[in-house]
Each structure stands twice: as C-alpha cells, then as structure tokens.
Design a protein around this ligand. Structure first.
Ligand SMILES: N[C@@H](CCC(=O)N[C@@H](CS)C(=O)NCC(=O)O)C(=O)O
Length: 263
C-alpha cells in the first residue's frame, strides 16, 4: 500500500497544495490504492528522515529542504519497503515504472518525456510573479492549522526575501488596492502559461495535445490550489475564470475525475 505524505488545511477534503496535488492526481489517474498521512509543516523533516527520504534541495547556506509530496510504498504481503521518495516528478516516474499496467504519466517518446520533465521543473518560473505568490501564500496562511503557521510564514517569507525583505508573511503589507493592481499583471502569467501548452481547446486541451501526462497535473495542481485557497467566489478566481476564454475552468473540469479521491 502506498502512503502519501501531505499537509492538511481547513479547506473541505484538507488537500490544497499545488505540489501535493501533482502526486494525488497521479495516484488517482492510475487508480492506485493509497492512504494519506497528514503531517504539519514542522513534522515534514523529522517524518521524512525517519523513512530515509532525503532533502529535495539545499539552500545556498547548505541547509537541507525536506518537502512533500513524498510517498512510502510498502508490499502488503511481505512488509518490504519498495520505495520511499519525495519530489513529485520522481514520484510520477516511480509509479510508471512500478505499476506498468496502469495509465502512464510520462509518454513513451523520449523527446516528449524531456518536454514534460522540463515543463514540470520550469512551471513555477512560467507562472511566477512575486505578487501572485504573495497573494496565494497569504491566503494559504489563513487556511492552515495553527501548528503549521509559524513554519509556513517564515519559509515563504524566506522565498520572497529578495523582493520584500521581511522574515514573516504577516510583515509584508498588501492592501486591497495593491492586490487589485497586481491582478492586472497576473493575467500575463496565464497568457505565458497558455502559450507553453501545445494542445488547443479544439484539438485536445492538454500540454501535449490530446494525451494527459504529468505536465497536466502540474498545471491542474496549480489551478486547483488557486481555486481552493482563494475560494470559488473570490475576486482572484473570478479573474482567472474569465482569462484565456475560460480555458482554466475547462482544464479543471477535464481533470475532475482525478480530483475526487482524497484517501
Ligand atoms: N519540487 C518539489 C516541490 C515540493 C515543495 O516545495 N513542497 C512544499 C509543500 S507545498 C514543502 O514541502 N515545503 C516544505 C517547507 O516549506 O519547509 C515537488 O514538486 O515535489
């Protein structure tokens, strides 16, 4: 049985994060049974270390960054640990290799695999604008359990330090007027995202055209995160809904089948 490590939120179903949704979509798409172990942010490093799962990156000062999603795959009959790993792309690759009879997340063609991999790694840079990240992270903070607040606030302020120079998210001011101004710029990120998708709404709306791959779960993870965290009725989600001829709502509708299961 596979265990997925995820951080809970107060949104219905608890699952919220763009990164963990990549793994959850992947498991749901493959129809694999799994259970979720919910852990708060300060527990990520100790829990992962206890399963010998290493950091997914190092900060410039050399300190390790432990992250979720992570999975543990244990053989139900023998109790043997088949895999313990983090990093959503690596998890997708593992699932394709370990469960060859399930729908594939990565294409057969080497050039296409390369495109999916590069897109998955580059995705955040395509959609990235410090203000978008700030708006979303402030909204996340309000929806995490108290046990995760401190860690999340400091960790995300650290990501944003080059832009805002603060140590906690709460110290970065963002008025309603400023936020409304920023949303005008954010539309450009979605235009850039649309350009990087080969599929059109007519020919198949996915990253590679008519075939769903892990890249679509990267995009879907981001969209579901945004919708869940901001809320269906928020100004932000209303903007996104209206951009690119309503493509993003159709995109999420197309993934609905794989966003239902939160085991
Ligand atoms: N590239 C990684 C990113 C994972 C990631 O950054 N996850 C966040 C949760 S959304 C995390 O675990 N953060 C730990 C922290 O901020 O200390 C992946 O795709 O798995």
């Amino acid at each position: 049985m596979i265990t997925l490590f995820d951080v809970p939120s107060t949104v219905p179903g608890k699952a919220w994060s763009l990164n963990m949704w990549r793994a959850r979509f992947s498991l749901n798409y493959k129809g694999l049974p799994y259970k979720t172990q919910w852990i708060e942010y300060p527990e990520i490093a100790p829990v992962l270390k206890s399963h010998n799962i290493g950091p997914t990156k190092y900060f410039p000062d050399g300190s390790p960054y432990y992250s979720v999603p992570a999975i543990l795959d244990i053989d139900d009959k023998t109790g043997e640990i088949k895999a313990a790993l983090a990093e959503s792309y690596d998890i997708a690759k593992y699932l394709d290799d370990a469960y060859p009879d399930t729908p594939r997340l990565l294409p057969d063609d080497e050039t296409q695999v390369k495109a999916v991999k590069e897109f998955s790694k580059e995705f955040i840079n395509i959609i990235w604008l410090p203000s978008l990240y700030l708006i979303l992270c402030k909204a996340v903070l309000a929806k995490l359990n108290p046990a995760s607040h401190e860690h999340f606030s400091k960790a995300r302020a650290r990501d944003l330090h080059p832009f805002y120079g603060k140590d906690r998210l709460e110290e970065i001011p963002l008025s309603a007027e400023e936020e409304a101004e920023e949303w005008k710029k954010i539309e450009g990120c979605f235009n850039a995202l649309e350009k990087s998708i080969k599929g059109t709404d007519e020919k198949g709306q996915w990253f590679l055209g008519d075939q769903i791959t892990f890249a679509d779960f990267v995009i879907g993870g981001f969209l579901i995160w945004t919708r869940k965290i901001l809320g269906e009725e928020s100004e932000g989600w209303k903007y996104i809904k209206g951009w690119n001829d309503g493509r993003w709502v159709r995109f999420l509708d197309g993934l609905k089948e794989y966003s239902q299961r939160i085991d």
